[in-house]
Design a protein around this ligand. Structure first.
Ligand SMILES: [Zn+2]
Ligand SMILES: [Zn+2]
Ligand SMILES: [Zn+2]
Ligand SMILES: [Zn+2]
Length: 105
């Protein structure tokens, strides 16, 4: 029954030890951990973790910076990453952002 402790339900694999299971979670492309949360949250997809970091922690993954407020992150995303604040879509450049903004008028 002890084996149950080291079972990964998501991947349906059992492990001999706790550390083997932990290593699997770190290495696996099917686990994406938020290290800011306590207890740590495990996401199935990278995009889900990205979304979580942005909405829950005001965190910019590309720059590895955490902001105090969602407004500060939005401001940063707009200035540094040419993000459209209306639909949170990233545009490649400043000109494509201003091009994109015309769709909201
Ligand atoms: Zn797994
Ligand atoms: Zn989190
Ligand atoms: Zn950034
Ligand atoms: Zn937009």
């Amino acid at each position: 029954m002890l084996l149950k402790h080291f079972y990964c339900t998501r991947c349906a694999i059992s492990f001999r030890s706790f550390s083997a299971r932990l290593k699997h979670i770190y290495d696996s492309p099917y686990h994406h951990i938020c290290y800011i949360c306590f207890p740590q949250q495990d996401f199935a997809k990278m995009v889900e973790l990205d979304e979580h970091l942005g909405t829950e922690h005001n965190y910019c993954i590309s720059c590895d910076i955490q902001f105090e407020t969602a407004q500060k992150l939005a401001q940063h995303d707009k200035e540094e990453h040419n993000m459209c604040v209306t639909c949170r879509q990233f545009c490649g450049s400043r000109s494509s952002l201003s091009n994109h903004m015309t769709t909201h008028i």
